[in-house]
Structures are given as structure tokens and as C-alpha cells.
Ligand binder design. Structure first.
Ligand code: GDP
Length: 604
């Protein structure tokens, strides 16, 4: 059992705050601010604030949420300024931005994820490695699944994420968490590269994780490891033997052959990565798994990515607050503290966080609680906002407007149609907008596609394939767009339209019509109304106008009113009379010509 080593005070994760705002009369506006929260911020009795509201003709109870304008109104009465809430915790919580001093950094174990196609042996390999602990002289015993385990190979600890498959990996990535240092790509030597092998490569590359290839099932007579190498070389995973830099190891996960070599490879790659952390600071890291146990209450497996986590520490993960009660590994061993790259199941949480949530330890329990609370409120507000009906025209909301690019995942019924679709899409050329096909393969739309799309803000195109209801639901939950097609032309048409939608609109002025000023009516306090006759086209009430006198522009501006008889109208066509008042200009003359135009978006 690891001992609780005595050590110096851990440094805080939070930069010190300054007090320069002290003494200023400022109320910090928060979303969902209630009347009583405002009263508290003002240091006034809530009844007094309610009275103030009534004086301002606003009826609101103490618990009622008031908008920013109302808060400002009341604050003004009390001589307070209103500042928007600085999302302090986001800054304080941006753990990876906090730099450690070079001198404080020490080596930390690598965190490894095993990925590959179904049935290629990921689970078997994870089990074999876990069981090798006994052979390596560590305690065995009954294990529990907590989402990660650590082995100690030649006094060299390695942490394995114990959720085989890339679903968990891509889910984490989709949530912005990067937890893996090395990916082991398991490929069965009797089967070769399969669709999920390809997906795994895509995920690992996107996360910029080094890949070690474990060519599995070499005990099988049909095993053909060199075919695997050839196939993978096409994905730029060139074996060292061929002058590349990808490590390949032949293993039999079932029999344990080559597993030691694989662990040595991990050690080697980790060495090159120079993985380091500062154990002498408050911990921070990521939630690997979380759940609710009827005895333990909410629990989470936390991967410590920096610092040391101790029993009794207070932390925030997502919008969950926790005071660490117990820490356990997969062998039910209890720990008083956990070092970088350790993953332990922690209890003492006030709710269940989500896998991929980042966590951070705080010095002050009060502060941690306040941040968790703040986040709960904000998440609720966000949920409410998101549940509002969306505009149907918001069709391609996956598009990254800032970078002007559209990521696409193609799933088709056959290789031929997938390729044909890819080729047609690649032919679309819209200046300044990039189209990236980040995945193009055969098969129905899967959960993994949704995760990849979610992580990379991609649009999924299903060609002659249909997603299952659960996948559809997951896409809806993550707001991933799936578009289903049967005709290539329709796809290219829609995508082209979407890409064009990304361009900044260009407007041009289009003249819609002319009218002649025939009579003038001067109305005091209103101005001059021109009795006009529309000679050409039409005039609309939103028109931009030019007043022409003998062909010379004497005024440019907007219409103030457009009337037929006494009624305001939107438009008057050629052959009709109308009354026009020009905004800010009264010096009209009979015989003047009004040229009306509109500003129109140029279709590109
Ligand atoms: P996963 O879906 O990738 O997790 O694959 P599993 O670990 O569940 O393995 C799928 C099947 O392949 C199981 O029946 C395993 O016993 C078998 N298997 C895994 N590794 C080996 C191996 O090295 N040799 C042989 N012969 N079979 C293996």
C-alpha cells in the first residue's frame, strides 16, 4: 500500500487575485440574477429593492430572475455601476495554461490507450497486461473496472486506459480532453487493416498521439504480419525496418508472446516524449469514467495529469464539487495520495460528472463550492437556451464560420459511391473556403462517426445509408448534422450552397425605379411631403434614394415615409401616385426625380 509521504506544501493552481476593485461601488451582473441576489450584491434589504422595482413599475418577487437592464436601472438608483461577470473560473480553471517551473518537473508515467478493429484483440491485450502484474511480482486479487489501471514494468509504471476501442477516446477528444500519450494500434495479423483500424489511425493522428502497432494473433497459422505492415504503410505508418519511424511489434495477446517487448516499446516512445509533471502542486486532470453507486454515491475515476491529489482535497470537475473521501485503484487498494499519471476511483462527489470533464483542486472549499455552483447555474441556463427551437434555416450549423471551412464525413453504401462522392465534392471550388473530407468510408453512420463529427465540427453525409435510431438520437443530442442523400448531384448542390453561405455577403445597389415630384405639401412639424408619380419600376419604403435635379444628385438618403392616400405602404409600382417624405431633407422642388434603389446581396 502506498504511504502518504511527507512533503512540502503544494503550490496553488490559482493565480493570486488583486484587490484593486475594493471600495468601488460595483455590482457584478450574473446570468439568472434574482431580486434577492441583487439585494445582496447591493447590501440592501431585499424589501427595499422590491420597492425600488415597484417604483420603476416592475413587479418582481424576491426569487424572480431579472434581466440585465433592470439590474442596471436599480443599480443606477443606488449609485452603483454594473459590471458583467468575468468568467473567473474559466480563467482560473484553464489548468493547462498554468506553467510550472522547469526545476519542479519530474518524469511521469505514460498514459496509454489501446485501439483497433473489433475482435482484433484489444480486450485480450488489456487483460494480459493487467494479469502480467502478477508475473511481474505485483499483487493480483480481484479487480474492479474503474476505466484505467497501472502496471509497474521494471519499476517503470505505465497507465492503461482500460476502455478498449476508440469510442471513449474520441468522446474524450470531443470534450476537449487529451489524456493519452501513446496509442497502441492492435491489428490482427490474420485480418489486416479494417474500417475501425482506419478510424483509430484517424483519431490518433488528429490527437497527435504517437502510434505503436501491435500486430496481434501471430500464433495463428494464417497470420501474415508483413501484409499488415504493407497495408499500414499506406497510412504513413512506415515500419522502422523500412526506414520509417513507426514501431511494430508482433504479439499474441492470447498467449502473452511479445507483450514484454511491447511494454519496452512503450517505455522507449515515452522516453522520447519526455513526459513530465510537477507533483508539488495541487492536482488537476481529467475524469475518465463516472457513475453512481448505491453505497458509495457518485464516484469518478480521475486521471491525475499534474500535481498530487490527496484525500481531503477539495476539487471541481465540470460542475461537480468534491471533497475527496476515498481513492481506490482497480485492485481495491486505498490510497492517501495520487501522483501524476495515476488514475484512481474517487468518492466524495456531490454529483456525477461526465467523462472528459477536467478537474482541478482548490485551496479553499468555499471557492470550489462557489465555482461548482456557478457552473451548475450556467449549465442550466445553457440547457434552457439550447432547448429553444432552432431556426430551420440553421441548416449547416456545423460550419466553422471563423476559419471558413467545412469538415465532412462521408458514409456510403459502397466503396464506388463513396469515392464518386468524394471526387465530386473535391471538385467544388469556392474561393477562400476550404472543404475537408475527414472521413470517407463504407457502412452505416455509427456512434464513432458522431463523436468524430462532434470533435471536429463536421457535417455527416449519408449516401444510401440510414443511421439507427440510437445514433440519430446521439447526433441530435450532440447537435451533429446528418444529411441523407440518394443522388450525388443533390449532395454537391447542397454543399456548394453551404460553402457559398460561408462567404461574407457582397452587396450591390440595384435601382428599382424612378418617380417624379409633381406637387409639394409643407406640413409644419413634419416637413415636406412630395406628391409623386412612379414613372418606372417601383419604390419601396426601405429604399435608398437619390434626389436628382436636372440630372444632378442633390441629395442621397433614405425614405421617411411612403404613403398612398393616408396609408403607409410597403411598395408603390409604376403608374401610381404616392406621397414621399425624405428623411432629413425638405428642400424638394416640383420636377425633381427620385431614384429609388435597394441594397441587394450578390449571389456568388
Ligand atoms: P476486441 O474486440 O478487440 O476487444 O477483441 P477481443 O480481445 O475480445 O478478442 C477477440 C477474439 O480474438 C477473442 O476470441 C480472443 O480470444 C481472440 N484473440 C485475441 N487475441 C488473440 C491472439 O493473440 N491469438 C489468438 N489466436 N486469438 C486471439
Amino acid at each position: 500500500m502506498p504511504k502518504n509521504k511527507k512533503e512540502g506544501k503544494r503550490t496553488s493552481n490559482i493565480p493570486q487575485k488583486d484587490n484593486k476593485d475594493k471600495g468601488e461601488k460595483i455590482v457584478v451582473y450574473k446570468p439568472n440574477m434574482t431580486v434577492s441576489m441583487l439585494a445582496e450584491a447591493l447590501g440592501k434589504p431585499v424589501n427595499q429593492v422590491v420597492m425600488k422595482l415597484i417604483q420603476n413599475k416592475i413587479m418582481a418577487s424576491q426569487t424572480q430572475v431579472i434581466d440585465r437592464e433592470t439590474v442596471e436601472l436599480i443599480c443606477m438608483d443606488y449609485g452603483y455601476d454594473v459590471n458583467d461577470e468575468v468568467v473567473t473560473d474559466a480563467a482560473r480553471f484553464d489548468e493547462f495554461k498554468i506553467q510550472d517551473n522547469e526545476a519542479d518537473l519530474v518524469r511521469r508515467p505514460p498514459v496509454v490507450t489501446i485501439m483497433g478493429h473489433v475482435d482484433h484483440g484489444k480486450t485480450t491485450l488489456l487483460d494480459t497486461i493487467r494479469n502480467s502484474r502478477v508475473a511481474l511480482g505485483e499483487a493480483g486479487g480481484i479487480t474492479q473496472h474503474i476505466g484505467a489501471y497501472q502496471i509497474n514494468y521494471n519499476n517503470y509504471p505505465i497507465t492503461f486506459i482500460d476502455t478498449p476501442g476508440h469510442a471513449a477516446f474520441s468522446q474524450m477528444r470531443a470534450r476537449g480532453a487529451s489524456i493519452t500519450d501513446i496509442v497502441i494500434l492492435v491489428v490482427a495479423a490474420d485480418d489486416g487493416v479494417m474500417p475501425q483500424t482506419e478510424e483509430a489511425i484517424e483519431h490518433a493522428k488528429a490527437a497527435k498521439c504517437p502510434i505503436i502497432v501491435a500486430v496481434n494473433k501471430i500464433d495463428k497459422p494464417q497470420a501474415n504480419p508483413s501484409r499488415v505492415m504493407e497495408e499500414l504503410a499506406r497510412y504513413n505508418l512506415i515500419p522502422e525496418a523500412w526506414g520509417g519511424d513507426t514501431i511494430y511489434t508482433n504479439i499474441s495477446a492470447l498467449k502473452g508472446t511479445g507483450v514484454k517487448e511491447l511494454l519496452e516499446d512503450i517505455e522507449l516512445v515515452a522516453e522520447m516524449q519526455n513526459l513530465r509533471a510537477n507533483p508539488n502542486r495541487l492536482a488537476m486532470g481529467t475524469v475518465i469514467e463516472a457513475g453512481l453507486d448505491k453505497n458509495k454515491g457518485p464516484y469518478a475515476t480521475l486521471l491525475i495529469q499534474n500535481g498530487t491529489l490527496k484525500v481531503g482535497d477539495v476539487l471541481v470537475c465540470g460542475d461537480t464539487f468534491a471533497k475527496v473521501r476515498t481513492m481506490e485503484d482497480d485492485r481495491h487498494m486505498r490510497y492517501q495520495e495520487a501522483k501524476p499519471s495515476q488514475a484512481l476511483m474517487v468518492t466524495g462527489l456531490d454529483s456525477v460528472p461526465q467523462a472528459g470533464d477536467k478537474f482541478m483542486v482548490f485551496e479553499s472549499e468555499q471557492e470550489a463550492k462557489a465555482i461548482a455552483e456557478e457552473r451548475k447555474i450556467r449549465n442550466k441556463a445553457k440547457e434552457l437556451e439550447e432547448s429553444k427551437p432552432k431556426n430551420i434555416n440553421d441548416l449547416f450549423n456545423q460550419i466553422d464560420n471563423k476559419n471558413k471551412e467545412l469538415n465532412i464525413i462521408i458514409k456510403a453504401d459502397a466503396q464506388g459511391s463513396a469515392e464518386a462522392l468524394r471526387n465530386s465534392l473535391m471538385k467544388i471550388e469556392v474561393p477562400d473556403v476550404a472543404l475537408n473530407i475527414i472521413r470517407c468510408n463504407v457502412g452505416t453512420i455509427t456512434e464513432d462517426d458522431i463523436n468524430l463529427a462532434d470533435g471536429s465540427k463536421a457535417l455527416i453525409i449519408g449516401f444510401n445509408v440510414r443511421p439507427m435510431p440510437n445514433v440519430k438520437a446521439s447526433a441530435a443530442a450532440k447537435k451533429v448534422q446528418i444529411r441523407l442523400y440518394r443522388i450525388i448531384y443533390d449532395v454537391t448542390n447542397d454543399i456548394e450552397a453551404a460553402l457559398k453561405g460561408l462567404l461574407d455577403p457582397v452587396y450591390e445597389e440595384v435601382v428599382t425605379g424612378y418617380c417624379e415630384v409633381r406637387e409639394l405639401f409643407k406640413i409644419s412639424k413634419v416637413g415636406t411631403i412630395a406628391g409623386c408619380y412612379v414613372t418606372d419600376g417601383y419604390v419601396s419604403n426601405t429604399a435608398l434614394i437619390r434626389l436628382l435635379r436636372e440630372g444632378i444628385v442633390v441629395y442621397e438618403g433614405k425614405l421617411a415615409t411612403l404613403r398612398r392616400f393616408k396609408d403607409d405602404v410597403k411598395e408603390v409600382k409604376a403608374g401610381y401616385e404616392c406621397g414621399i417624405r425624405i428623411d432629413g431633407f425638405n428642400d424638394l422642388k416640383v420636377g425633381d426625380v427620385i431614384e429609388a434603389s435597394i441594397s441587394q446581396e450578390v449571389k456568388q
